[in-house]
Structures are given as C-alpha cells and as structure tokens.
Design a protein around this ligand. Structure first.
Ligand SMILES: Nc1nc2c(c(=O)[nH]1)N[C@H]1C(S)=C(S)[C@@H](COP(=O)(O)OP(=O)(O)OC[C@H]3O[C@@H](n4cnc5c(=O)[nH]c(N)nc54)[C@H](O)[C@@H]3O)O[C@H]1N2
Ligand SMILES: Nc1nc2c(c(=O)[nH]1)N[C@H]1C(S)=C(S)[C@@H](COP(=O)(O)OP(=O)(O)OC[C@H]3O[C@@H](n4cnc5c(=O)[nH]c(N)nc54)[C@H](O)[C@@H]3O)O[C@H]1N2
Ligand code: SF4
Ligand SMILES: [Mo]
Length: 744
C-alpha cells in the first residue's frame, strides 16, 4: 500500500521526467488534450492537466507524419490535426513502398482513435470468466496485481509457466525482451496462424524468403492469395501497373475474388490441390525442356531426382485432382516459361490452410526455381536489410526452468523462435510437458483468429491469471482477468520500424504521437517497464523509447534526417542483380529442389502429392480469406468501416443452395466438429459448389463491441485446428462443415 501511494505521488508530480518529455512536446500534448476535452472525448486526467497550462491555443492546422497500423504494412501517413483533433489521415507521398497509397482501412484509422468503444482504464474481472463483469481499478492496483501474479506463477510453476503472445507491432519487441528477462521461453506471435509454412517452404528452397518484383513481371500465377483485397504493399499496386503494361495474371482461387475479377484468367481450383497443379507444371517444364537449363545446372540441387519424381504427375492426372483442364495446365506452363525470367508463381503470404501447406508451397517454390527467375527484373528478389542498432541486454539464467518450450517437438520443423499457437494451446490444455498457468497477450486476438475457439476457451479456463493489453474489449480481452488499455497507433511513440520486404525499396518509417494518448491508456512499453520495476528486472528496461530509437539510428544519421524531414527513409537502389553469383544460404549452397535436411527430419525431401478426397455431397469445405475493408478481427467494429460491412454472410453457390432450399438472406446453421454458428446466406456464383466462405471478425462474444455485437458469426468457432505437419502452422482449411436452414 505504501509503495502504491508513493508511486501515485511520483506519477502525479513527475510525468515530464518519467516519460522523458521535452517542453515542446509537453506543450503539444496539453494543448491537444484541451481540444480533445472540448470535443467531449478528452479524458479527465488530460482535461485537468490541460486546464493547468496557460498555453496559447493550439495551431489551427498541423500536419504530422506517422505510419498506419491498421495492418502490418505500416504505410506512411500524414495526419491533418485541427485544433488538436485528427481531422483527416492521408498518405505520405514520400513513402515509396505503398506508392503513396492509404487504403480504406488506413483512412478509417481515425475512428480507431475516436471509437467510443475503446478501453479507457484498467479493468479487473468480477464474476466468472467471460461473464463480462468488470471492476475499474487504477494503474497502480493493476500493475501491483499483475506483478504479484507473475511472481506467484513463476514460483509455483517455473517462469516458463507464463506464455507471452504479441501481435504485429514495433513494441512487441519489448514484450519479447520482457519474457526473456522474466525467464519464459514460451513466446508466440500471430505468425503460426499466418505465414510460417510459406516461410518454411521458401527458406528451405532458396535459403531466404524472397520478395516478388511484381512491377516488372510479365506473367504472374497467383495461387491462394488475393492481392487486390488482401493488400500487401507495394505488390497490390504494382500488379495493377504490371497489368496496364500488358502482364498476364492467372488466378487460382475457389472464390471469384476481386483479384480474380481483374485477372487475365481465373481458375476455380479445387481447394487443397494446388500441389497437383504445380507438380504438373513442373512435369511440363521438364518433359518439354522449357526450364532454364543453365540456372538449373549451375544453381540448383537435386534436379535429377525432381525430374524422376514429377514424371508421374502429368497434366491429365492433375486435371482430375484440381479441376483445371490439362490443356490449360500445359498452356500455362508454356506461357510461364516463355515469359521467364520475368515470370513467377507468386509466393503468397497467408498459408495457414492445409496439413501439407509447407509442401504445397515447396511445389510453388520449385516451379520458380525451374524458370530461373532469381534476382532478375520481374522475378523473385532478395530482401535487403538496413542494419539498425539496439540496446543490448543479457537475460538471466533460471535454474528451475524446464529444458525447452512447451510446444517443442510437436511439429517436425517448427521455428523455435516462433513456436506454434495451436501446439502451445494443446500443451496448456494437456498440462504437458509442464503446467502453464499464466497468459499475457498484447495486440492479438486469438479468440477470433486462432481456429477452434472452444479450445482457446478451454486453454484459458486452465489458467491462474491472464493479462490482455488491447485498445478495445476484444473477445480475448473478454476472457482475461486483467484488461489494460493501450493507446492506438495515432497516440504512440514507437521504435523506428524498418521494412525490408519490398521490391519498391527497403527503408525505415517512424511513428510519433499525432495526438496525446486518450483516457488512461498506456503503451505496452510503459506497462512492461513498470512490471519489470516491480519484479526487480528494471536494469533491462533502463531506457526510454527515445533512447531506444537513438540506439537504433546510432550509425544512420541520414535516416534520422530523412525521418524528421519526410517521415520515411527510402533506401532506393537496385532491387535485382544484387545477389550476383553468391552462394545460396542453404546447406548445398544451391536452390534445394531436393532437400536433404527434410529427409533427416522425417519430412519428404520432395513434395509428394496426397490425394485429397472430394467433399461429400452433404458437406462443404470452409475457406478463409479477407476483403479490402477488414483487417482480420480488429477493424470490423470501426464505425467508418462498419458502414461498408456490418455483418458477415455465408457465401454458397446457387447449385447446392437450390438443393438445400436456401435463398439469400436466410438464416443458416453452419456446423463442424469444432462448433456451430448461425449467419445469413449469400447465394452467389462467386464460389465453387463444394466450398463455402465467410469473412472474419464478426459475431463477437464481447458485448462492448457495439457495432458488431449480435451481427454475423465468428469464423474461428467453426474452424478445425489441424496443423501443417512441417512447421506447426495452423491448417484452417481442413474444416468440412454442414449447412442447413435455421427453422424459426
Ligand atoms: N484488406 C486486408 N488486407 C490484408 C489483411 C487483411 O486482413 N485485410 N491481412 C494481411 C495479412 S496479415 C496477410 S497474411 C495477407 C494475406 O493475404 P493472402 O495471402 O492473399 O491470403 P488470403 O486473403 O487469406 O487469401 C487466400 C485466398 O486463397 C483462397 N483459397 C482457399 N483455399 C485455397 C486453395 O486450396 N487453393 C487456392 N489456390 N486458393 C485457395 C481463398 O479463397 C482466398 O481468397 O493479407 C494482408 N493484407
Ligand atoms: N478466422 C480467421 N483467423 C485468422 C485469419 C483470418 O483471416 N480469419 N488470419 C490469420 C492471419 S493471416 C493473421 S496475420 C492472424 C492475425 O491475428 P491477430 O494477431 O489476432 O490480429 P487481429 O485480428 O488484427 O487482432 C489484433 C488485436 O489487437 C488489437 N489492437 C489493434 N490495434 C492495437 C493497438 O494499437 N494496441 C493494442 N494493444 N492492441 C491493438 C485489436 O483490437 C485486436 O484485438 O490471424 C490469423 N487467423
Ligand atoms: S495497407 Fe491500408 S491498413 Fe495496411 S498499413 Fe497500408 S493503409 Fe494501413
Ligand atoms: Mo497474416
């Protein structure tokens, strides 16, 4: 109690010192806060602070650089701030990676900031988990409790007894640092629900996850990616330019997406059979001698074994698997070879779909290698890095800790630093190999984005204590014991973010607060620092964000200047021809068509097709995807975006719909072994008859998300949670569902 009082007093008296604020920034914050208060959105604390300041009125209009955080692309933005309130967000024209674009979600970021449903102060659960009863507490109480629980769980179950999960964010690095110095190896991100099998496959073929030069490409096969809706910069914009320049885009997707609509051709591939298609393309390239003979001879490993292996996979055989006529497979293979090396199988991004996703993506990587599209205009290129500095730390060693991560050994070749959400959750539920009783989540919402929600609930119900740091009462926050309010990206000072994954250029972008943090929200860096202080780990966090940034940019004065002057630093320079004839970072130093390391790990060294049975007539395969105005589960409650879509529906083809007597708008029950949901039908030709689809981010448990509560249904409730056998990535498309009308 004494400590708590002392802290409160210290906090009230020395905010300037503690946060390392300059007088200039202090003035900016307080004037902006007074405007926010006038507008009725200002928190009491800021209102009081502002009232104390005899400052001139805020400038009528200010323009401030920052970067968008409505998705991972981090597009540079310029905020127009009028009398201390954000009036408009626009693109930063200097930000080459997004080609000066801010998408619909980026524009709507303003409502993420001024969302009345935002979390405003720390909340402690009252009543049962998920019951939605909360008690408002102050920050000292919240931090004292969190620290006490971390200590208690650490002593009772070892420090690995707490799992830390952080989503895409520049401050996530501090969550990782905290987990390490606190002593837990159990750190996961959203990535094992996203793209780890893609990364595994390309890394194990090329020694690197390559960057596609879509701008200069003449022929793009796009399998299982939806670049005109699932935006990835600069690819989404560059493919449009490439098309205008006469490139050809071949889309393979069971849905008629916006990408399919704008493509040169669309093939409604049978879900899960892409490997058959690409092995047949490899077959044509090899049997017709269309592959790049020089590249294959000099730069690849295992060609003979590949040639032998794909002999069985003829286009005629593949056609029966993937529902794309043999004549088209042959033509596409020939066209691809003709356009090479300015041709590609687009490497994709999200690959959380099948149990053999790594091998499916390997078949795509192999076709890229066969056409020799490496490090040349219009092909696959290397990510280039700007090396930044850091503030180093040395994590203590804890004798009592177990040997390894809790999910270790559950998949054949998991990335140890990423782990697997699915397998961590399984391990927590089973209590094996050791008990895990604490869970800290930051900026991620596994209740909505981890397939099989019932299992996430089961995992959480085993916990002693769960802490969630979020901007809104997400479904994950809804299940937590302690919910801590965070500022949105428009209120945050973040480390500098370096983007390497782009054919436009690599570079760095900054994020400074555009307006001061509202309510009692606090950045996770501050939270972590306070916890470290309470747990005797303060030496590892003895710095401010400004110090951290300075360390990042220590040897990069030109970056510092560019960030100040234009909000972004672009490292322009050649994007291809940089690798020259350097060895590949694989064991053989060549592109591994055949992978010996896989063999040693019990993984097939060449992708072997496993026949996927047809979906029985009374069921459908559920596939996952997105549209241009939804970011997974985190933007559907945004009042501006909700005007574009405020409810999800089940896409179902007219043929089965007629068979089941379903018409658009009717309420349906969709059920799988994982669970059941109810939502309205959308009868459409835009999907195969054996497949159904629904958007993500609706039907929340949390009643606090007022724009979407009671609207549509939650996809993770029906998705089964199988895993990619190699990487442990979630395999969401293994879900078969039944669909029936709800009788009222
Ligand atoms: N607007 C918007 N943009 C985003 C995001 C967002 O949420 N909203 N999220 C970002 C993130 S984190 C990611 S990872 C990327 C994801 O971007 P993408 O990698 O493009 O992933 P999805 O949008 O999930 O697209 C997958 C597509 O594959 C199709 N599909 C399903 N099964 C199969 C199959 O077996 N074979 C083939 N060929 N196709 C299949 C689905 O119908 C869907 O259209 O998007 C990023 N950009
Ligand atoms: N059903 C389903 N599951 C999926 C996917 C899908 O499309 N459908 N996509 C998969 C893919 S590709 C990915 S990348 C993952 C993504 O999965 P997640 O990492 O769970 O991402 P989001 O769904 O965007 O949820 C982000 C959470 O962070 C909160 N948040 C947003 N901004 C801030 C902030 O500034 N500070 C803090 N503290 N919190 C913030 C949001 O309120 C939300 O609760 O999901 C995967 N799982
Ligand atoms: S693609 Fe859109 S949502 Fe994503 S960072 Fe860029 S502007 Fe923001
Ligand atoms: Mo993702």
């Amino acid at each position: 109690m004494a400590r708590s009082k002392r802290n409160q007093a210290r906090e009230a008296m020395s905010t300037t010192k503690k946060t390392g604020m300059t007088r200039r920034r202090w003035l900016k914050l307080s004037t902006a806060a007074s405007a926010a208060a006038l507008a009725g959105t200002g928190p009491g604390a800021w209102r009081a602070l502002a009232a104390d300041q005899k400052n001139p009125a805020p400038p009528a209009v200010e323009k401030k650089y920052s970067s968008c955080d409505m998705c991972f692309n981090k597009c540079g933005l310029v905020a127009r701030v009028e009398k201390g309130k954000v009036a408009k967000l626009g693109p930063n024209p200097h930000f080459l990676k997004s080609r000066g674009m801010l998408c619909a979600r980026g524009n709507a970021g303003i409502m993420q900031l001024y969302d009345p449903d935002r979390l405003k102060y720390p909340l402690l659960r009252k009543g049962a988990r998920g019951e939605g009863k909360w008690q408002r507490i102050n920050w000292d109480q919240a931090l004292d409790l969190a620290a006490a629980k971390l200590k208690e769980i650490g002593e009772k179950y070892t420090r690995c007894g707490t799992v830390f999960m952080a989503g895409t964010d520049t401050q996530s690095t501090f969550v990782h640092r905290f987990a390490e110095v606190y002593g837990s190896y159990n750190v996961i991100s959203h990535e094992s629900n996203c793209l780890l099998s893609r990364n595994r496959a390309f890394l194990d073929t090329f020694g690197v996850v390559p960057i596609p030069d879509t701008l200069n490409c003449r022929y793009i096969i796009m399998p299982g990616a939806n670049r005109f809706e699932a935006l990835v910069t600069p690819d989404s914009i560059d493919i449009v330019t490439a098309l205008q320049n006469g490139a050809k885009l071949v889309v393979l997707d069971p849905r008629y997406t916006k990408t399919a609509a704008l493509a040169s051709e669309w093939h409604a591939i049978r879900p899960g059979t892409d490997m058959a298609f690409f092995l047949a393309v490899a077959n044509v390239l090899i049997t017709e001698g269309l592959y790049d003979k020089e590249f294959v001879a000099k730069r690849t490993h295992g060609f003979k074994r590949l040639a032998e292996h794909v002999r069985q996979y003829t286009p005629q055989w593949a056609a029966a698997q993937c529902d794309i006529p043999a004549i088209d497979i042959i033509r596409i293979a020939r066209e691809l070879a003709q356009a090479a090396p300015a041709a590609m199988v687009y490497p994709g991004r999200r690959s959380s779909d099948y149990v053999d996703s790594t091998q499916i993506r390997r078949s795509m990587a192999i076709v890229n290698a066969l056409i020799g599209n490496w490090d040349q205009a219009g092909g696959l290129t290397l990510p280039q890095k700007i090396k930044t500095g850091t503030i180093p730390y040395e994590a203590p060693f804890y004798d009592s800790n177990p040997e390894d991560r809790v999910d270790a050994g559950r998949a054949k070749m998991m990335f140890p630093e990423e782990g697997s959400f699915k397998y961590t959750r399984d391990a927590v539920i089973e209590g094996k190999p050791y008990p895990v009783k604490g869970f800290f989540t930051y900026k991620t919402n596994p209740m909505q984005t981890g397939a099989n929600q019932a299992k996430t609930v089961e995992m959480i119900s085993q916990l002693d204590f769960m802490i969630t740091v979020d901007i809104a009462m997400s479904d994950t926050a809804w299940m937590a014991d302690l919910v801590l309010p965070a500022p949105t990206y428009l209120e945050r000072e973040d480390p500098v973010s370096s983007f390497q994954g782009s054919s436009a250029c690599s570079g760095m972008v900054m994020r400074d607060p555009v307006v001061p943090a509202m309510y009692q929200s606090r950045p996770v860096f501050w939270i972590i620092k306070e916890l470290a202080g309470r747990l005797g780990l303060e030496e590892h966090f003895d710095f401010t964000i400004a110090d951290f940034r300075a360390a990042q940019l220590k040897d990069l004065p030109q970056v510092t200047t560019a960030l100040k002057e234009q909000g972004v630093y672009n490292l322009t320079g050649p994007v291809h021809g940089v690798h020259k004839n350097k060895p590949f970072r694989t064991r053989s130093t060549k592109v591994e068509l055949y992978n010996d390391r896989y063999k040693e790990n019990g993984v097939s060294p060449l992708p072997v097709y496993r026949a996927r049975p047809r979906v029985p007539q009374d069921r459908f395969r559920m596939v996952v995807g997105r549209n241009a105005y939804i970011s997974q589960s985190s933007s559907t409650n945004n009042a501006l975006l909700a005007q574009l879509e405020d409810e999800n529906t089940l896409w179902i083809n007219p043929e089965p719909a007629a068979r089941l007597g379903i018409t658009s708008g009717q309420m349906l029950r969709v059920a799988s072994p994982a669970g059941a949901v109810e939502l309205k039908a959308r009868v459409t030709q835009e999907i195969r008859p054996d497949t159904v689809y629904m958007d993500t981010g609706f039907g929340p448990l949390s009643t606090w998300l007022k724009n979407i509560y009671g609207k549509g249904a939650c996809l993770s409730r029906v998705l089964k949670d199988e895993a990619d056998e190699v990487s442990g990535n979630m395999a969401m498309h293994e879900t078969l569902v039944t669909v029936e009308k709800v009788r009222s």
